[in-house]
Design a protein around this ligand. Structure first.
Ligand code: F6P
Ligand code: MN
Length: 343
């Protein structure tokens, strides 16, 4: 029975086999402890002291809610007991340098999708664990391929921790009765092709032509070049979208667009796109900007944004193809004088 395997046991086995394994396992364990507390807090909703309402803006200008701040504090408290060389959070302006002799660096998005808090929708915590480089100023300037581990926790109907330690993706669900995370799915695989897409379509008029061309293909369904119908979902919470894609495939796009400040999309490279891309690749999917592999990128600033297109390889590769091909050839049928979606 795979469900007998607890996260604790899984981490213990891993820590015995890999260099830096102990440090990584301790960090994942601390995040899991914090996640249980955050799940309790988000689960109490209006019954807790925290309102879930906006209280200010973070260093990058995003609305910050009191739960964002509390989730950040809980994670810091749990991770603060460990030797960590450099620590970064969406809620912090700068990287915090810690124990110089420590072997790992940790970056977190404490509460992803926090605009969904007050409407009782799934939110989550994302994390990325990197080796400590000699120059700690470059801790989070490493390529995504350097990650030792990455994961996210969803606070929804289930509290589940999706984890890669660089050897596939496993999902551990919090067993409320037993008070521990237990393996729920081992070796998750994203199907190569699937008929579901996710994008915030309210931004359509700001998209670049390749993104429009792809979505137009999806909308044209069986009558268009894809020759099959698609379904659409947009949750507005990256962790929930990623969980869905790990479960049944599909493609998620948060592309760059022409709105001021969205030239590189919305999502952050270090603590959103890198860890999600690592998980997606480890599950057999693809994560791309449309032109480049996300894991090949290295951040030049902590809160750097990046376009993120991820999911089933067939769909993501099609988006990449539309970015590379000369546009008239790909968009002509849909944007022509009598096309489906001529604006
Ligand atoms: O962290 C950013 C985030 O909340 C993601 O979870 C989500 O995918 C995205 O923003 C939603 O953005 P928008 O409100 O522009 O659709
Ligand atoms: Mn986020």
């Amino acid at each position: 029975m795979i469900r007998q395997l607890t996260l604790e046991k899984h981490l213990q086995r891993y820590s015995e086999t890999v260099t830096q394994g102990l440090a990584v396992a301790a960090a994942v364990d601390a995040i899991a402890v914090a996640a249980v507390e955050i799940a309790e807090l988000t689960g109490r909703g209006a019954l807790s002291e925290t309102s879930g309402l906006a209280t200010g803006r973070n260093s990058d200008g995003d609305l910050q809610r009191d739960l964002d701040v509390q989730a950040d504090a809980i994670l810091r408290r749990c991770l603060g007991k460990l030797p960590i060389a450099a620590f970064a959070s969406e809620e912090m302006r700068e990287v915090e340098i810690g124990a110089r002799e420590a072997r790992i660096c940790v970056a977190i998005d404490p509460l992803d999708g926090s605009s969904n808090i007050d409407i009782n929708m799934t939110v989550g915590t994302i994390f990325s664990i990197l080796p400590a480089p000699d120059d700690l100023d470059l801790a989070f300037a490493q390529r995504g391929t350097a990650q030792l581990a990455a994961g996210f926790v969803t606070y929804g109907p289930q509290t589940s921790l999706v984890l890669t330690l660089g050897d596939g993706v496993d999902i551990f669900t919090f067993d409320r009765a037993a008070g521990c995370f237990r393996l729920a799915r081992r070796g998750v695989r994203i199907p190569d092709t699937a008929d579901e897409f996710a994008i915030n379509a309210s931004n359509r008029r700001h998209w670049d032509p390749p993104v429009r061309a792809f979505i137009d293909e999806c909308l044209a369904g069986a009558d268009g070049p894809a020759s099959r119908d698609f379904n659409m979902r947009w949750i507005g919470s990256l962790v929930a979208e990623a969980y869905r894609i790990l479960t049944r495939g599909g493609v998620f796009l948060y592309p760059s667009d022409a709105r001021p400040g969205y030239g590189d999309g919305r999502l952050r490279l270090v603590y959103e796109a890198h860890p999600i891309a690592f998980i997606v690749e480890q599950a057999g999917g693809v994560a791309s900007t449309g032109r480049e592999r996300i894991l090949d990128l290295a951040a030049h600033s902590l809160h750097q944004r990046v376009p993120l297109i991820m999911g089933s390889s067939g769909e993501v590769r099609r988006v990449e193809q539309l970015h590379c091909d000369p546009l008239p050839a790909v968009s002509a049928p849909l944007f022509a004088q009598r096309g489906f979606f001529r604006l």
